[in-house]
Ligand binder design. Structure first.
Ligand SMILES: Cc1cc2nc3c(=O)[nH]c(=O)nc-3n(C[C@H](O)[C@H](O)[C@H](O)COP(=O)(O)OP(=O)(O)OC[C@H]3O[C@@H](n4cnc5c(N)ncnc54)[C@H](O)[C@@H]3O)c2cc1C
Length: 475
């Protein structure tokens, strides 16, 4: 009898050990707990799928949570109230031509048509925005919506809550290392291999689909130098440390095609010490100008980001200051920084006169005074004959003290290239065929922004394509 019990126990133990070591199974597996991943997970789970999100960092949010959170969407009602003419055709034109016609037009069309429904979806789930429409840096047109919550926290709060409500399981500290496909370069993608913090290897199967939402590679010096050797370790970045691009490489390993990998965007507003975008006294182009260390304007401040950055790179010491007056202050700014703290930390300088400000930042006072006076004259004339700044950004003079200066340098910001997808967010292989079972969304993909992404369009991207990817993966 004792022997029989022992054997029975052994069988039960063996069964449990095998079961514990065996693959986990869900309908949908999402790689990455940033914006696109949480949107995709919510979409899939709300359709009744069992969903797991695997996030390698110990926190959710990726680049999305440290973003400015601003989103572009043509939104006729508030735009009309501010006298702004707009259309999805115009948003298409700005996005496509602003990326030098290198994007896939079908994806751009999907982006601009999906923008307002995507914003509405988030509002329905508790996102809060200000009514005023503005223009993000390099957005080219006033169709940018600003969140009430600081940085990108609103997006991550709304979609973590929605995902949790829909029953999504989230595992942090779990890094996906490879994709599982029936054949090395053929058949369905049916899951992933991952490693947890303790070093345990996990195999997780997806009955319906895997969504790759692992973000870009702005923080990976080696990978970005492969595509632009000028962007070495001394070039700062705005990105979170997990933006290292292995989702692109592991998808290539099972046959995925990539596009636009050389298109790496620098942002003109890098903090000289931190490389990130925090710390500026003024957020939106309507409220400021740029000057170089000689106190002179040098570029249309409302231009494409690549044009702005090229402008800075042509200046002495390749740095600049954002200059605004009291009426141009954003307090708090979109990252949640308060002016008093920025002044106390010497990240922003203040002067009761332009001459005082000039002295503090080490630029010639007469030049700064002349530059600002000339700019005010152009605003009053309604035409920037010097640098061609469009009328809808030429509305506010800089003449009410105190005056402020925020030092800025170019910083690596966005990787426009990545996995080739179609408008259903299915990943395409090197022969142009759909890879069954594999979907992708967000900065891990390419072909949406061409050579240069418009400010505010990436948050649109993660919402539009994240939702499509999650919906289709759940089918
Ligand atoms: C400072 C800053 C400000 C910005 N401001 C704006 C803005 O205001 N408006 C705008 O439109 N765009 C903005 N952008 C760009 C935009 O925020 C990003 O392009 C977008 O949020 C990317 O979202 P994502 O979901 O694709 O990637 P992420 O949000 O970066 O999420 C990817 C996630 O995947 C995880 N991951 C990566 N590899 C693995 C792996 N192997 N296993 C498991 N998990 C993995 C990462 O850790 C990360 O959490 C900004 C970007 C930055 C950095």
């Amino acid at each position: 009898m004792k022997k029989l019990l022992l054997v029975a126990c052994l069988i039960v133990c063996l069964f449990h050990t095998c079961a514990a070591a065996g693959p986990l199974e869900y309908d949908v597996v999402v790689v990455g707990g940033g914006g696109a991943g949480l949107v995709a997970a919510t979409a899939a789970a709300e359709q009744g799928s069992s969903v797991i999100v695997l996030e390698k960092m110990s926190y959710l949010g990726g680049n999305t949570i440290r973003s400015g959170g601003v989103i572009n969407a043509v939104d006729p009602e508030p735009q009309k109230a501010q006298g702004i003419e707009d259309s999805t055709d115009l948003h298409f034109k700005h996005t496509y031509e602003g990326g030098d016609n290198k994007a896939n037009p079908e994806l751009v069309r999907t982006l601009v048509e999906g923008a307002l429904p995507a914003l509405q979806r988030a509002l329905d789930r508790g996102l809060k925005i200000y009514p005023e429409i503005t223009t993000a840096t390099g957005a080219l047109w006033p169709r940018t919506h600003r969140l009430v919550e600081p940085a990108g926290t609103g997006w991550i709060r709304v979609y973590s809550e929605s995902a949790a409500k829909a029953g999504v399981e989230i595992r942090k500290d779990t890094k996906v290392v490879s994709l599982l496909r029936e054949e090395p370069l053929a058949g369905r993608v049916y899951g992933v291999k991952a490693v947890d913090k303790a070093g345990n290897e996990l195999e997780i199967h997806a009955r319906r689909g895997v969504v790759m939402a692992s973000g870009g590679f702005g923080a990976d010096v080696k990978l970005r130098m492969q595509h632009n050797p000028a962007l070495g370790p001394d070039t700062p970045t705005t990105n979170h440390p997990g933006a290292t691009g292995e989702g692109i490489i592991m998808s290539q390993d099972i046959g995925a095609a990539v596009t636009g990998m050389d298109f790496i965007q620098l942002h003109p507003h890098g903090d000289p010490k931190l490389g990130d975008l925090t710390g500026r006294a003024s957020d939106f182009v309507q409220k400021y100008i740029y000057v170089n260390i000689e106190g002179k304007r040098f570029v249309n401040e409302a231009e494409r980001r690549d044009v702005q950055v090229a402008g800075i790179m042509a200046q002495p010491e390749t740095r600049m200051f954002i200059i605004n007056d009291k009426n141009g202050v954003s307090d708090p700014n979109i990252f949640g920084d308060h002016l008093d703290d920025l002044l106390a930390a010497d990240r922003v300088q203040q002067g009761d006169t332009l001459a005082e400000l000039a002295e503090k930042i080490g630029v010639p006072a007469a030049a700064l005074e002349a530059t600002v006076a000339r700019y005010n004259e152009l605003v009053k004339q309604g035409k920037d004959v010097d640098f061609g700044r469009p009328e809808n950004t030429l509305q506010q003079t800089i003449e009410t003290p105190p005056f402020y200066a925020t030092p800025r340098v170019p910083t690596v910001h966005h990787t426009m290239g990545g996995l080739v997808i179609n408008k259903e967010a299915q990943v395409i292989d090197r022969r142009g065929e759909v890879i069954p079972g594999l979907f992708a969304a967000g900065e891990v993909t390419g072909g949406i922004h061409g050579t240069n992404r418009l400010g505010g369009n990436a948050i649109t991207d993660i919402n539009v394509f994240g939702w499509i990817a999650g919906t289709n993966a759940a089918k």
